[in-house]
Ligand binder design. Structure first.
Ligand code: KG4
Length: 333
């Protein structure tokens, strides 16, 4: 079954064709990051307008690149929540029109479910159940993935997402948006013990997380140093900050895996590209005898293929949307 899939929840316009949830025939991505970089973050209206300009061009290109006729598309899928509402609306409306024109079913896909499904593309043998840590620019969730479509959130950030924390830390250090990759690069070789940052524990749920205190601690440290005219060891700051994020994520995930009896641990989302977090997970999983799945870098960030992958399983479970499908800024998993 070939699914034409759309993703436009933030600042990537992406269109893919995926066969049977596992085989990517094409994965076209247009990143708007450069357009937003001058503002230090995503400007929602610019994002929406840019999706409008690029989505039909990418769709044409995707069908061509997949080497299929339009009549070979069996269904259309779209990421319909959560995200920047104006941006999501562009994808939803375009996907609806495609489904109508091609006379095929329309499959709604939750964006974070898509991130989790990126792992099905990278690891053909991976099947639920497993425990997943989804870490992106807008979400940080610990998820009990019972089946392809039955999932339960075990814990989540109470404030900022991990990716947002990377982006704000990068901004205060004068690094470009999106800040995750530049912080990752800056931190290489830095002394990760030079600066000590607070690790938050949320009362009531050991799996919940919080990153706003860490973000504020970094901002205060940089501003204090500036006021006193002190020099900051930038690589050490980036490394110490990344260690603090990783120390919030990795032990919590391992604790959940232990307590729930999971042997398979999956990591997903843009922040899963971080080299320190990947290495910490690898070390800990190996030591504990867990099977670890982290997507290759190209499948960590937003893409259309992950939506096409999840859409196949949503379709098998009976998910269909009508012409009245709406877009949502927030939505439970
Ligand atoms: O999953 P994603 O592409 O978009 C959302 O669905 O939000 O994630 C984007 C986030 C941004 O905050 C970006 O700074 C972060 O992923 N990111 C990283 C790295 N590469 C991207 N964070 C840490 N280290 C990286 N290497």
């Amino acid at each position: 079954m070939k699914i034409l899939a759309f993703e436009s929840t933030c600042d990537e316009t992406a269109v893919a064709v995926v066969e049977d949830g596992r085989r990517v025939l094409t994965d076209q991505i247009f990143s708007q990051a450069d357009l937003h970089a001058v503002y230090g973050g995503v400007v929602p209206e610019i994002a929406s307008r840019c999706h409008v300009e690029s989505i039909s061009i990418l769709a044409e290109k995707a069908v061509q690149d997949a080497g299929i006729g339009k009549d070979e598309i069996d269904a259309v899928a779209v990421s319909y929540a959560p995200g920047l509402i104006g941006a999501v609306l562009v994808g939803v409306n375009f996907a609806k029109s495609c489904a109508l024109a091609l006379n095929v079913p329309l499959i709604p896909v939750h964006h974070i479910r898509g991130h989790i499904a990126a792992n099905y593309l990278a690891y053909p043998d991976l099947e639920p159940p497993f425990l997943c840590l989804a870490i992106s620019g807008g979400n940080t969730l610990l998820v009990d993935v019972r089946t392809y479509t039955d999932m339960k959130i075990l814990g989540a950030t109470r404030d900022d997402a991990a990716g947002e924390c990377f982006d704000k830390t990068a901004r205060v250090l004068g690094l470009p948006y999106p800040g995750g990759k530049p912080i990752d690069e800056l931190s290489q070789g830095g002394d990760d013990c030079k600066y000590r940052f607070p690790l938050a524990h949320v009362a009531g749920n050991p799996y919940d997380m919080s990153f706003s205190g860490l973000k504020t601690a970094v901002i205060n440290l940089v501003h204090n140093a500036e006021q006193k005219g002190e020099e900051i060891d930038r690589p050490a700051l980036a490394a110490s900050f990344t260690k603090a994020v990783s120390d919030s994520l990795v032990p919590r995930t391992m604790q959940a895996a232990r307590e729930l009896g999971y042997s398979k641990i999956v990591v997903a989302g843009g922040v899963a590209a971080n080299s320190r977090i990947r290495a910490d997970f690898q070390k800990t999983a190996e030591a504990g005898g867990y099977q670890l799945y982290i997507p290759p870098l190209r499948l960590c960030g937003d893409n259309g293929a992950m939506i096409g992958a999840q859409a196949y399983y949503e379709y098998l479970a009976g998910a269909r949307a009508g012409s009245d499908l709406n877009a949502y800024a927030t939505m439970d998993l």
